[in-house]
Design a protein around this ligand. Structure first.
Ligand code: PHE
Length: 340
């Protein structure tokens, strides 16, 4: 009888060790420890044995059940660990795999120029203003001292949508809008934005380009303030020691009007190919706000003065980076755009 018990125990052990999964182990466990297990069956027949055998067989059965239980627990640990390892392995990340090359974009160079200018002006206490690109003739021309039929309207060939609506030809309408909104209070703004003109596109002309308008209105504002402001801006932009020069010009909305040159930042003023030998580069138009413009917007021109300027964003970007064709900004060739 005892040898039969040993045989059962050994079979149980073998089955337990054979189990490859927790599921198989549980099957083996219920086979050898469950209600219908061979040991249980023998226990059921104990009545047939004499007292001595009963005692011996009973002890052995308990001993073997314990053993089998322990074997199951041991095997369970091994299998559980193996399962965790297998899972870890299958979910492992191979950090040696070459990564996908993610291309990071960059801001457009014109956006960078605008942001650089905005930073400089914010540092000088200016606010940033905006206006619509589809603009009323009223703000684009009339409130800027350019009544209907004024010959200077031809200086800026326009895209009209209907007789009173057009694509703005400059950022100056934001001057008129800001003055009306400010209701007589002092103003210090810059306004960046797109403008449109009926020009034929070539290396230096585009039917759409960008400007940054500046407007300061207050008491005791003079040409000296305009000159000092622009000198400070161009020193920041193009380096220390840059000088600014005014030449007389004409704009209907400023009086006097000036064309502003900056001393050449490539040759320092002695003359080179960039400044075409004369040491100065034309960068923008400016002037003192015309009294008519102040009066129309509700500012008493006897008490208030103002200066205004309009910087061509493409132009100064081309100068700064030595770009020779304005069309490069718009054709979206990444080989060009990535350089900045
Ligand atoms: N609006 C003018 C232009 O586009 C530039 C300018 C702005 C001139 C402000 C004087 C004052 O040509």
């Amino acid at each position: 009888m005892i040898s039969k018990l040993i045989e059962i125990r050994d079979q149980a052990r073998a089955k337990i060790l054979e189990a490859k999964t927790i599921q198989e182990l549980y099957e083996a466990k219920s086979l050898y420890l469950g209600k219908k297990s061979p040991l249980q069956e023998i226990l059921g027949k104990m009545r047939e044995f004499n007292a001595d055998t009963k005692k011996e067989v009973g002890q052995k059965i308990n001993e073997f059940k314990d053993m089998i239980e322990k074997e199951v627990a041991k095997r369970q640990e091994v299998l559980a660990l193996a399962e965790v390892n297998k899972k870890l392995e299958s979910e492992a990340i191979d950090v040696t795999l070459p990564a996908k090359n993610i291309k990071v974009g960059n801001l457009h160079i014109l956006t960078k120029t605008i942001e650089e200018l905005e930073e400089i002006f914010l540092g000088m206490g200016y606010n940033i203003a905006e206006g619509p690109e589809v603009e009323e003739d009223l703000y684009n021309f009339e409130m800027l001292n350019l009544p209907k039929g004024h010959p200077a309207r031809d200086m800026q060939d326009s895209f009209y949508i209907n007789p009173s609506l057009l694509l703005r030809t400059h950022t100056s309408p934001v001057q008129a809008r800001t003055m009306l909104e400010s209701k007589g209070k002092p103003i210090k703004i810059v306004c960046p934005g797109k403008v449109y003109r009926r020009d034929d596109d070539d290396a230096t002309h585009s039917h759409q380009f960008m400007q940054l308008e500046g407007l300061v209105v207050g008491e005791n504002i003079s040409m000296a303030d305009l000159k000092g402001t622009l000198s400070a801006v161009f020193e920041e932009m193009f380096g220390d020691g840059r000088k600014v020069r005014f030449r007389p010009s004409y704009f209907p909305f400023t009086e006097p009007s000036v064309e502003v040159d900056v001393s050449c930042f490539k040759c320092g003023g002695v003359g080179c190919n960039l400044c075409k030998g004369n040491g100065w580069i034309e960068v923008l138009g400016a002037g003192m706000v015309h009294p008519n413009v102040l009066d129309m917007a509700g500012y008493d021109s006897k008490k208030y003065q103002g200066f205004a300027f309009g910087i061509g964003i493409e132009r100064i970007t081309m100068l700064k980076h030595g770009i020779d064709d304005i069309r490069n900004f718009y054709i979206n060739d990444p080989r060009f755009l990535r350089q900045f």
